[in-house]
Ligand binder design. Structure first.
Ligand code: ADP
Ligand code: MG
Length: 685
């Protein structure tokens, strides 16, 4: 009966499952808090004090029993809404009580609703010395007698019947000693029933390490195995194309970061193992040129290369800039998207199959079955998170006898520890340096009472010949309202900047593609000075003359989205500005986000902040991976453990790739079982 319930409500099937359903918090009755030290973050606390006042207040639905509890340092309010008269009878003013409950702040003090309340006597003082687990539960469980107290009891009984032998050590002994970890069994006992915070920390620490360590072992095993089995073309030569471009056509000198990344890529391509490399770099860091020079390495070795972008606009942009870079080198660059049809497409496919096209740039159309290369040696994709596993597999099939080398470029920086996990089986390169001479975008936060000042600023920028974006949020759930906002914003701006002196564009996702294009082109050609738009401008718009962006309702945007949007300005030589408009009252989190934006232009710093604020599940590109379902570990807090776990896992596999050494016997057994459970991951690359 209880078994059924546990199975249904918590997917608990075995004692193991039950034991590994860890408490999500603890009731700490080991200490009494001084009232003067309470803060809004105190949460649930235990306080010892004397009841000073007790009275029934209010009428009807608002009727409540209110008391004052005072200790040597201050007072809090106690309040009951139910069972008022019963409770009133139990309590005696002037008596010392122990209360336990959740604090809420109230006027200039704190209040505790429906506290647990007991008089002080030696017996309950002794009993109070506990640190009790609280488990995630459901109404059904609670109603059917498996509430928190029953769960605690069941857990305690179960643990009493088990011994060390039931939890064989799965880490090598030298690690347990090095980190002074408790044994597995101890860790499990202590995570359920710690005697104090220190013991709990130790138990959690070991179990988190275990969790992250086995994940890293697994990811690195997958990576090693792939490298052992998936062969790749050997690009042994650096030849004419590359050297010629480097010496004669490269319009600037590469940054050190670009050089470093090219070296990393070059090393991959020599090995005869298929490259799977992720290239991260902020907007404007110069990924395109790195991509192009990698393509030239392929061409130098007699292969074709392709570059795939998620949208037509982006693909067009790449096509134009790459054609431009190589225009004097006698190379054929082709473009393919859904809009290339008929005779034009036929011709292109012919040239592709004969090898006369060296570089093909395009959209998803590139991976269709009817696109046949003569010999594809390298595939680059831009904006990785928009491509699924299946699409990547389709791309792989296009090379023969080996799959093409793969370089994935993304402008959505992912914090290092997260990258180690989500892309733990890929190689990662980072361009962490912007080309010289860029002026950092100035970001300012303004509220509604500064509106006139902002309008005045816009007028000045336009007078200097610049263009301006005004961005409104638009989300599906409130689309109608958001569009209305946008429309009203557009009208208000049109009154401030009247025709014919000023021209204004409007752009949103609900417009017909041809209208969108028309409006976009007007802005690109500098026929309009202001572009009022939703986030559709986020991807693939490049207007160097647009030097200012005003973001409305900033509090409704996520951090990485704000950063992506801001990347639309700062593309020219002028000083650029980003103005974040928000309401005056802001939640602590919104304030933090806006402050982060004003403080830094660095995408990695912003990604780290985003990870801390929202947790790893919300970072773009992480949702589908399923790899982040940890029991205990939290990537936004446990970055250090991730790094250590990865380093150690790496060293173990370097020294003992098949885990044959006796000290790794237990590790191997556990890891093999773990690998079976997590089979799906090997598909993530
Ligand atoms: P992203 O990483 O966002 O794709 P791009 O490759 O589009 O960046 O580069 C942004 C701009 O910086 C381009 O105009 C490019 O020509 C320029 N650029 C790239 N690398 C350098 C460099 N080393 N020195 C100067 N300008 C550079
Ligand atoms: Mg780019």
């Amino acid at each position: 009966m209880r078994g059924d319930l546990l199975r249904k409500e918590l997917s608990v099937f075995t004692f193991q499952d039950f034991l590994f359903h860890f408490p999500f918090r603890y009731v700490d009755k080991t200490k009494f808090h001084d009232i003067k030290n309470l803060t809004e973050e105190s949460g649930e606390v235990q306080i010892k004090g004397v009841l000073r006042r007790l009275e029934v207040l209010g009428e009807g639905a608002k009727k409540r029993l209110v008391g004052t509890l005072r200790d040597a340092t201050g007072a809090i309010e106690l309040v009951w809404f139910k069972g008022i008269y019963y409770i009133e009878k139990q309590l005696v003013i002037g008596t010392e009580y122990v209360v336990y409950g959740r604090l809420t702040s109230f006027k200039d003090g704190f209040s505790m609703a429906h506290p647990e309340i007991e008089t002080i006597n030696p017996e309950n003082l002794e009993r109070a010395e506990t640190f009790a687990p609280v488990y995630p539960s459901t109404d059904k469980l609670n109603n059917k007698g498996l509430d928190v107290k029953a769960r605690r009891k069941l857990m305690a009984t179960l643990l009493q019947q088990l011994t060390e032998a039931d939890f064989p050590e799965n880490l090598p002994n030298y690690l347990v000693e090095k980190f002074r970890f408790p044994s597995r069994f101890q860790a499990i006992q202590h995570i359920h029933f710690p005697s104090d915070q220190k013991e709990l920390d130790k138990a959690q620490n070991r179990l988190k390490f275990e969790e992250l360590f086995f994940l890293q072992m697994r990811l690195l095993q997958i990576k090693r195995r792939r490298k052992d089995t998936i062969k790749g073309h050997i690009f042994g030569n650096i030849g004419e194309y590359f050297n010629n471009f480097y010496e004669k056509h490269l319009p600037f000198s590469l940054t050190n970061a670009q050089k470093r990344v090219l070296k990393e890529i070059r090393n991959d391509l020599k090995t005869g193992i298929q490259m799977n490399r992720l290239l991260q770099g902020d907007v404007g860091s110069g990924k395109t040129i790195v991509g192009l020079m990698t393509m030239l390495m392929a061409l130098d070795n007699g292969f074709q290369a392709c570059l795939m972008a998620p949208t037509e606009i982006l693909a067009q942009q790449h096509y134009q800039s790459i054609s431009n870079y190589v225009k004097e080198m006698g190379l054929q660059v082709g473009f393919l998207s859904g809009s290339v049809t008929g005779k034009k497409r036929e011709k292109l496919l012919q040239l592709l199959a004969s090898g006369d096209i060296h570089i093909l740039i395009g959209t998803h159309a590139l991976i269709e079955d009817w696109v046949v290369f003569k010999n594809l040696g390298l595939a680059i994709t831009d904006e990785q998170h928009r491509f699924g596993v299946k699409q990547r597999a389709q791309l792989w099939k296009k090379g023969h006898p080996y799959p093409p080398h793969v370089l994935v470029m993304t402008a959505t920086p992912i914090p290092r520890t997260l990258a180690m996990t989500i892309y733990g089986d890929l190689d990662v390169s980072v361009i962490d340096e912007l080309p010289p001479g860029r002026k950092a975008i100035q970001t300012l936060h303004k509220t509604e009472n500064h509106r006139l000042q902002v309008i005045e600023f816009m007028r000045q920028e336009i007078a200097k010949g610049r263009q301006i974006y005004i961005v409104y949020p638009l989300i599906e759930e409130s689309e109608k309202l958001d569009l209305q906002n946008l429309q009203e914003g557009y009208e208000a701006i049109s009154r401030e900047f009247p025709m014919p002196q000023y021209q204004i564009s409007i752009l949103h996702g609900r417009m017909k593609p041809s209208d969108k294009d028309f409006e976009m082109q007007r802005f690109v050609k500098n026929e309009t000075q202001i572009m009022v738009a939703t986030t559709v401008i986020e991807v693939g718009v490049n207007v160097p003359n647009a030097s200012a962006m005003v973001i409305e309702n900033t509090e409704r945007f996520g951090l990485s989205q704000l950063h992506q949007l801001r990347g639309r300005v700062g593309r020219g030589a002028e000083q650029s500005y980003c103005i974040l408009m928000s309401s005056f009252k802001l939640s602590a989190e919104s304030r933090e986000r806006i402050q982060t934006m004003c403080r830094t232009n660095n995408g990695f710093e912003i990604a780290e902040a985003d990870l801390k604020l929202r947790g790893p599940g919300n970072i773009e590109g992480t949702q589908q991976s399923g790899i982040l379902n940890f029991r205990l570990a939290d990537l936004s807090k446990d970055g250090e453990i991730v790094k250590t776990a990865r380093e150690i896992a790496y060293r173990i596999l370097e020294n003992d790739p098949l885990l044959e050494k006796p000290e790794h016997a237990s590790l191997k057994i556990y890891l093999d079982a773990y690998a079976k459970k997590t089979k799906a991951w090997s598909k993530i690359s």
